[in-house]
Each structure stands twice: as C-alpha cells, then as structure tokens.
Design a protein around this ligand. Structure first.
Ligand SMILES: [Zn+2]
Length: 406
C-alpha cells in the first residue's frame, strides 16, 4: 500500500468530495458498463484538475481515500496515472492513441553515471532497436533528448502531464525528437548505483497495437492458454533484443559504468518496475564495489538487515562490514515499493539477493528502527551488529570519493 503524502490545505472541499465519490462508485461497480460510467466522469474531473496546474485537490482526495476506502484509492491512482500518460489525439479527422513511455536503465559506477542532454547521434541510434524490436510496426514515436535521473523527472501530476502532452503532440505530428532545456533540469544526486530514464511518446491509429508484444501471437493464431504463454515468451524475447541492441546504442553515454536496460513500457508502470528491480541491482553493485575496492571475496563480508519505520514500515536498511569487524563500511536502502508492506516477504528477498551476491553471513535485527539521517550530509544511518544506527564510513584511500548508495 502506498503511503499517503503530506496533507495539503484543501482548495475545494466540494471537489475533493466529488472525486472521492466517483472513485468509490468505480470501486464498487458491478459491471463493465457501470465501470465506464464512473470512469468517464472521474476522468473528466481529473483532466480539469491536471489542466488547472494544481495537484492539491487530487492529493487531498487521495489522502482521504487512503484512510477510508482502499479499493477506491487504488482505482483513483490508476485513473490519475492513465489520465497523465495516455490519451486520444486527433489530427485531420484521424484519431490516435498516444502514450508516454519510459525506457529505464539501471547503472552503477565508481565514477559518475551520465544524465541530462543526449546527443542527436545517440538518440538516432537508440531509435533503431526501439522501432525494430520494441514498438509495433505502425507506431510513430518521439524521444526526449535527455537521459533523466530520478531527480530530473517532472515533479507532480500537472508537470508530468504537461511533458506527456508535449511528447504526444510531437509523436502525432511525426516528429522524431523533443528538445528538453538542460538548464531547467534539477541537479542529479550522486550514487554508486542509480536509475536513468529515456522518455518518449508513441502514437498509433486508434485501436492499433503500440508494442511488439501486442502484435505477437496473432499470426500464429494461438488460442487459450497457449496465447498467454506465447505472449510472455515474446515479451522476454523482446527484452533480450532490446538489451543487446539498445545497450550498443547507449554505450557511448555510459563510459565507465555497468548498465542494464529494462523493458520500455508505459511511464508509471516502467517507473514502478524500475524501483522494484533497482534494489537487487544496487545490492549486486555494492558487493561488486566492496569486493573490488577492498580486494576481498564476498564471503569475507557480513550484512546486517534492519526494518525502519516512520508511521509504517518504510524500508529496510542493509549494512555491510567485514566479518571480523563491527564498523559499517557501506549501507543500502531497500525501500518498499507499490503495495508491499509489513506482510510482504521482503526480508527473504533481501536474504536471497545477498546469497546471490556471495554474502553468506547475514544478521536480521528485529528492533523497530526510526528513519534516521545524518544531520550534516543527510545520508541515511545504518544498523551495526549491536543494533545501533551509525554513519557508514568507508576507509579513506587516496582519491576515494565518499559516495552514498541508494
Ligand atoms: Zn553524514
């Protein structure tokens, strides 16, 4: 379950009430046709909020539903995200389905992970595998000429929708690239391991497939259960092709970095998938980093896992130290994503990942830790084997730059 945002002053209590009523109606609906009734009304209201440039009413309705109606909360989030990332645009009497998509990249480096402006040449090279392997044959698409770090993604619903609209319009017009002013991008925090996003928009004649995997299965005429299997296999094939050819196109940007491409998808879905997969990626990156900089094998390491709470369980923090020492060398945050909560099997996922990394000795602390950060640099504090939270201190070594991990 997602955590509620910081409460805002409500601009229009009447509108918030109406948004909640429509979302609750949709959640309780007993038929597809009634779904459509509620969805249409809810979507119209959401659109007018997105145009108003103010997220307050949407946020307030979300807060209210979070406390009162879980099912309606889920429907409402889904409706907001849909209104932001997809639409139908018309041009010269033709209608197009449009979608803002993201192509995520996981990366780690002892140096720096690129972000910001992408050259025309790299962008042109990326277009080829996207068109050939990922997007449907009839899809038109544009790419923003920027590699976005998480800090550089648009903040809030209104701004995300504004970017989506710009991309959709360009895609329908048959343009190729959309220019992002690098001066307007936020500074990127520096982490050992981080995520990057290429953003773009797809436009197809209404009702046509957008992605290759939507086309798959049709020619062979698979039926029933086979169809689903065929679809999944082909999604995996598409990912493999994209990872091979997309990585070739992006390699000039990622000098000195390890990187891995994830499957491009609708903006919000891609973002959530990335948050989920980034956790184990970051753990592998950390162990690789410790192994190579300390010149040790991973079985010399010990990991301490502890749960950290705000109002609810927010995240686990995992510290790394040498087996025979107590001082924390490094730490990573394993956040809960999407609908994960205390009942999820997060700890076993963390332990499995540590084992994959070759770290055999792990300690799970079951104290309830509070989310604490360093007052000076803002870095999260990490548990040591004695159950205290401390600053991770990596041994100073010449030009070694202190870097904090996600
Ligand atoms: Zn600090």
């Amino acid at each position: 379950m997602k955590k509620p945002r910081v409460p805002h002053r409500t601009k229009s209590p009447r509108l918030v009430k109406e948004l909640c009523r429509l979302a609750a109606g949709l959640a309780a609906s007993g038929s597809r046709i009634e779904d459509t009734f509620w969805e249409n009304r809810l979507t119209t209201k959401i659109h007018s909020q997105l145009r108003s440039g103010d997220d307050q009413n949407l946020e307030a309705a979300l807060d209210q539903l979070y406390d009162t109606d879980t099912a309606a909360y889920g429907e409402f989030i889904y409706a907001i995200e849909a209104a932001i990332e997809c639409s139908i645009l018309s041009q010269e009497d033709r209608h197009y389905d449009v979608l803002m998509f993201a192509a995520p990249v996981l990366s780690w480096s002892r140096f720096s992970i690129p972000s910001g402006a992408v050259t025309e040449e790299v962008l042109a090279n990326v277009r080829v595998p996207l068109q050939t392997h990922v997007l449907a044959e009839e899809a038109r698409f544009v790419l923003a000429d920027c590699l976005f770090s998480p800090d550089q993604l648009p903040r809030g619903y209104h701004f995300t929708h504004e970017l989506a609209s710009r991309l959709w319009t360009a895609a329908v017009a048959g343009e190729r690239d959309v220019h992002i002013n690098p001066g307007q991008l936020a500074e990127t925090s520096r982490f050992l391991s981080d995520t990057r996003f290429l953003l773009g928009a797809i436009a197809v004649p209404q009702g046509k497939p957008m992605f290759r995997w939507q086309e798959a299965g049709n020619p062979s005429g698979d039926k029933g259960g086979n169809k689903l299997m065929g679809l999944e296999a082909s999604r995996a094939d598409i990912l493999r092709e994209w990872q091979t050819h997309g990585a070739e196109a992006l390699r000039p940007l990622f000098q000195g970095c390890a990187f891995e491409l994830l499957i491009p998808d609708g903006f919000f879905s891609a973002w959530r998938m990335t948050d989920r997969l980034a956790r184990s990626y970051s753990m592998h990156a950390t162990v690789d980093f410790l192994q190579s900089t300390l010149n040790i094998t991973p079985d010399r390491l010990r990991a301490v896992i502890a749960p950290f709470y705000d109002q609810w369980l927010e995240e686990y923090r995992v510290s790394f130290m040498l087996k025979d020492q107590d001082n924390v060398l490094y730490g990573i945050v394993w956040s809960l994503v999407g609908d994960e909560d205390e009942s999820s099997d997060t700890v076993s996922q963390i332990e499995t990942t540590l084992r994959e990394c070759g770290v055999e000795l792990t300690t799970l602390l079951d104290n309830r830790f509070l989310l604490e950060y360093c007052e000076e640099c803002g870095a999260p504090l990490f548990p040591n084997p004695d159950g205290e939270v401390v600053h991770a201190e990596f041994p100073e070594e010449g030009e070694m730059v202190p870097i904090h991990l996600h």
